[in-house]
Design a protein around this ligand. Structure first.
Ligand code: SF4
Length: 221
């Protein structure tokens, strides 16, 4: 099987096992944006608690959140962990939204793909994974989100080498699967599910949906 065939096989095997994940779990684009910053290095349950705090405080809008003092914002998002750092990152992102687009999601949605990505990446603290999560899940742009699970799983199945960077992995996947927003949306979510359930630091290959595929010989299961 070529790399592209293996990647398509991974997608189909995961979809068959887990079904559609229907991401992103948010009610609107702004909630996706906030969630994409809060979810770094934590699980989704903690993000939900932080977002719930923001909603209860009635500040879940770009302008209101931007005007909130940094310390108050940090306190509200405390359940998401690393709350001081995340509060600063969120503030930086909100500053871009408010100063450049008057806090209008509709205004940002009009940007072409290249410009949206360039501007997101120019915000301090926003890296490719967060930028692409916002691109795909908040603004329905055709871009694949690579995360640590993707690198681990693809590495263990010898699709990438240990030096592959974010954009090399992204390019490999985008050139292998159907250029369809729904497929990109589901594939990333399915990889996260696989990483959480089987492909942990110590992999559980027995019973894994990808058990049938060739993998490194030296990983302990
Ligand atoms: S747990 Fe094993 S079989 Fe499953 S994805 Fe990871 S390396 Fe592959």
């Amino acid at each position: 099987m070529s790399s592209s065939e293996t990647i398509r096989n991974i997608y189909l095997s995961l979809y068959k096992t887990y079904g559609g994940r229907n991401w992103w779990p948010a009610i609107d684009a702004f909630e996706v944006i906030v969630g994409a910053v809060l979810t770094q290095n934590t699980n989704w349950k903690n993000v939900e608690k932080a977002i719930s705090n923001l909603k209860n405080a009635k500040v879940m809008e770009p302008l209101k959140l931007y005007e909130l003092p940094l310390e108050s914002l940090a306190e509200l998002i405390r359940p998401a962990g690393y709350y001081n750092i995340k509060a600063k990152r969120l503030k930086n992102l909100l500053e871009w939204m408010v100063k450049e687009y008057g806090g209008s999601i509709e205004g940002i949605a009009k940007l072409p793909d290249w410009q949206l990505r360039q501007e997101l990446l120019a915000v301090k603290g926003i890296g490719p994974e967060t930028a692409d999560s916002i691109m795909l899940y908040a603004f329905n742009r055709l871009i694949f989100v690579v995360d640590a699970y993707t690198a681990r799983i693809f590495g263990r199945h010898m699709l990438i080498d240990e030096y592959a960077d974010y954009h090399q992995i992204q390019e490999l996947i985008q050139s292998s699967i159907e250029p369809d927003i729904n497929v990109y949306n589901e594939f990333h979510a399915l990889i996260v599910e696989l990483g959480k359930s089987h492909c942990k630091p110590r992999p559980k290959c027995s019973g894994c949906p990808l058990e049938h595929l060739p993998r490194q010989l030296d990983i302990t299961s």
